[in-house]
Design a protein around this ligand. Structure first.
Ligand code: AOF
Ligand code: ZN
Length: 340
C-alpha cells in the first residue's frame, strides 16, 4: 500500500476533477507483478493500467489500490469488472469511494467471490485526496482562502494602496498553494486595485496546466489588465454569490479552489459558509494605516481549529480549518487535513 500511495502522488498524476489513485498487482504467490496510477479524468483508472501491464499472470493474484475500485461506467468502464475478468482473487484498498456514482465496488467484488480487505493505511490514502474528498461529499469545490494581514491588522496601505506585505518564503508558499488548486478566485476590486496575474510562477506548473482564473464582479476590466493575458484561462463571472459561483466551478470539474480576494468577497464567502480552510498569513510588517482584513458587517462566527502553524521567514502561516464543522460535511472528521 505504501507503494500504491506513492504511485497515486506521481508528479504526472494531476489534482483535479478525479482523485489521484495508485494500484499494485501481486501474482498468486504474492510476488510483485505490475503497478499503475490514474493520470486524470478521461484516462484509464489505476487498476486498469496495472492489470494491463500484468496480463494473464494477474489471475489468482492480489490488487492493492489506494481507493475502493469503482463499479460505474463513467468516462471509462468499471474497475470491478476489469478485476473480476482478470481473475483477481483478493483486493486490498485504503479509502472507500465517497461518491454516489462510483461507490459500492467492494460489495460487488465480494458478490463475485473476491476477498476484499478495506481500510488499509486509510489515513495515508485519504491524505492523497483530502480536498477532493471534502469536495465530492459537498458537491462544491473545497475552498482555501488566503488572507495576508500586517502586524497591525491591515491588508493594504493608506487609501487602499497595494503594499507588499509578505516576504519571499511566503510568496513561494502562495505559489505552491496555487499549484495545488484548479481555480483561483478573485474579485474585480482586487483586479482593479492590484492588477494580479494569478498564475503559478516560482514553482513548477502542475501537469493539468495553469489553474483557471476566476473573476467575480460586474465592474469592467481594462484590456491591459494582467489577468487578461494568455498565460492561463480566465473566466469572468458577473454574479457575486459564492454558492452559485462554486456550483458553476464544480460543474467545470474544479474540486479545490483558492480564494485570493479582497475583504468584500472574502466576507461574502465566509458568511456563506464557503471557506474550508483559511490560510492566514501574519506578515511581519507594520503599516500604521489602511483597510482591515474584513469590512464591518454582521457578526461572523467561524468555529474551526488551527491545524498548521509555520514560520515563513519574517511571516507566520496559520492554517485554520473549518472543514469539519460545516453541517454538510461528512460526520467523521478528516484527519488528513490535520497533517497537511
Ligand atoms: C477507481 N480507480 O483510478 C479512479 C477512480 O468517469 P471517470 O472514469 O472519470 O471516473 C471518475 C470517478 O471514478 C471518480 O469520481 C472516483 O469516484 C472514481 N475514481 N476509481 O477505481 C481510479 N480514478
Ligand atoms: Zn475505476
Amino acid at each position: 500500500m505504501d507503494r500504491a500511495v506513492q504511485l497515486a502522488t506521481d508528479p504526472r498524476a494531476p489534482r483535479g476533477e478525479n482523485p489521484r489513485v495508485g494500484c499494485v498487482i501481486l501474482d498468486s504467490s504474492g510476488e510483485f507483478l505490475s503497478e499503475g496510477f490514474h493520470a486524470g479524468a478521461g484516462t484509464p483508472h489505476a487498476e486498469v493500467v496495472a492489470l494491463q501491464a500484468a496480463g494473464r499472470a494477474a489471475a489468482g493474484g492480489t490488487a492493492i489500490v489506494t481507493l475502493e475500485p469503482c463499479r460505474h461506467t463513467g468516462r471509462t468502464g468499471p474497475c470491478t469488472k476489469a478485476l473480476i475478468d482478470a481473475g483477481i482473487a483478493r483486493v486490498v484498498y485504503g479509502q472507500s469511494d465517497p461518491t454516489d456514482a462510483a461507490s459500492g465496488g467492494a460489495a460487488e467484488l465480494r458478490a463475485a467471490g473476491i476477498e476484499v480487505v478495506a481500510g488499509i493505511e486509510e489515513a495515508a490514502a485519504r491524505e492523497v485526496n483530502a480536498e477532493w474528498t471534502v469536495a465530492v461529499s459537498r458537491n462544491r469545490p473545497f475552498v482555501t482562502a488566503k488572507l495576508a494581514v500586517s502586524l497591525d491588522g491591515r491588508v493594504a496601505g493608506y487609501g487602499g494602496q497595494r503594499v507588499q506585505l509578505t516576504g519571499a518564503p511566503a510568496q513561494r508558499y502562495a505559489h505552491e498553494l496555487r499549484a495545488r488548486v484548479q481555480a483561483i478566485i478573485t474579485g474585480t476590486g482586487t483586479v482593479l486595485a492590484d492588477d494580479p496575474s494569478l498564475t503559478v510562477r516560482e514553482v513548477p506548473v502542475p501537469p493539468a496546466g495553469q489553474p483557471l482564473r476566476v473573476i467575480a464582479g460586474r465592474r469592467s476590466i481594462p484590456p491591459e489588465a494582467k489577468i487578461r493575458n494568455d498565460e492561463a484561462p480566465t473566466l469572468v463571472v458577473p454574479d457575486h454569490d459564492p454558492v452559485a459561483l462554486l456550483a458553476d466551478l464544480y460543474q467545470r470539474g474544479v474540486r479545490h479552489a483558492l480564494l485570493e480576494a479582497g475583504p468584500t468577497l472574502l466576507r461574502a464567502f465566509l458568511e456563506a459558509g464557503c471557506v474550508d480552510r483559511l490560510d492566514y498569513l501574519l506578515a511581519g510588517i507594520w503599516l500604521g494605516s489602511g483597510p482591515r482584513g474584513l469590512p464591518p458587517g454582521p457578526r461572523l462566527d467561524l468555529p474551526g481549529e488551527v491545524i498548521e502553524t509555520r514560520a515563513l521567514g519574517q511571516d507566520v502561516l496559520i492554517g485554520y480549518s473549518l472543514a469539519n464543522l460545516d453541517p454538510g460535511a461528512a460526520a467523521d472528521p478528516i484527519p488528513s487535513l490535520r497533517s497537511a
